[in-house]
Design a protein around this ligand. Structure first.
Ligand code: NAP
Length: 254
């Protein structure tokens, strides 16, 4: 079939976006809705109103879903009615959390919380929804990785370990599911102005040293992730499998 711009269209598709209240997840949810998808907005508190409103403003379609992804034992039960009601075509594993402390003193409870939200829930959701996608013979999973899927970072050992694991899981699932019509890929955002980076943006010296290394000469915005997310959610990426797409203003090339 010859290429047309319709390859990027998401009409008739249902997407589930985790962590859709703020930042990158909010921008991606609005972007997918604008490309035509019905979007299930997942958050861990009843606070997704702003994202819902923004989607309704552009005449998009969405509904909200409350699941705490740190409580990994209850995810399956909470997702069951959603999977009965919807055939999910696109899963964006975006929700993430970060805890900063020098490694020697790192709180093990925080380690476990970060691992549960950033990687264990990603596996559980991918397994539950991936199974449905395999049965349907089609699906797109997009995981949100990080530059710390490649680098070590400072004072964020759990975050770094979890994001390396996200990159590994992306390739592992892609290898198993590519032949079944399910594409599993990831986006590795650079330094983006969201709640996640508030602490390092407030640290003037740290913020300047980061900016000095970014060839694009600016921090990224959540909206900078949307093009890559729509591409990896659409027919345009049907032969892209197990790729971690860096969207970082050139950081990794330095
Ligand atoms: P953010 O605004 O803090 O977004 C994180 C989202 O995850 C929020 O909507 C948050 O909800 C949700 N979340 C947190 N814990 C959750 C839980 N237990 N259950 C369900 N949802 C939960 O930061 P962001 O930068 O957009 O982060 C989005 C993703 O991008 C994360 O995976 C992050 O690691 C990744 N990332 C960010 C950057 C960056 O520079 N900003 C760079 C690389 C990768 P609440 O706000 O309601 O807590």
């Amino acid at each position: 079939m010859s290429f047309t711009l319709d390859f990027f269209a998401l009409q008739g598709k249902t997407a589930l976006v985790t962590g859709a209240r703020t930042g990158i997840g909010q921008a991606i949810a609005i972007g997918l809705a604008s490309a035509g998808a019905h979007v299930l907005l997942l958050g861990h508190r009843d606070n997704l109103g702003e994202t819902k409103e923004q989607i309704e403003t552009i005449n998009g379609s969405c509904e909200t879903l409350i699941v705490d992804l740190s409580e990994v034992d209850s995810i399956k039960e909470k997702l069951a009615p959603v999977l009965e009601k919807h055939k999910i075509d696109i899963l964006i594993n975006n929700a993430g959390t970060i805890y900063r402390e020098p490694a020697a003193d790192y709180d093990i409870n925080e380690w476990n919380r970060v691992m549960n939200v950033n990687i264990n829930s990603v596996f559980i959701l991918s397994q539950l929804i991936g199974k449905q996608m395999i049965e349907n013979g089609a699906g797109k999973i997009v995981n949100i990785a990080s530059l710390l899927s490649f680098q070590g970072g400072l004072f964020v050992p759990a975050y770094t370990a979890s994001k390396h694991a996200v990159a590994g899981l992306t390739k592992s699932l892609a290898n198993e599911w590519a032949s079944k019509g399910v594409q599993v890929n990831a986006i590795a955002p650079g330094y983006i102005e969201t709640n996640n980076t508030e602490a390092i943006r407030k640290d003037e010296a740290r913020s300047k040293s980061i900016l000095d290394r970014i060839p694009a000469n600016r921090w990224g915005e959540a909206e900078d992730m949307v093009g890559a997310a729509v591409f990896l959610s659409s027919k345009a990426s049907d032969y892209v499998n197990g790729h971690v797409l860096v969207v970082d203003g050139g950081w990794m090339g330095r």
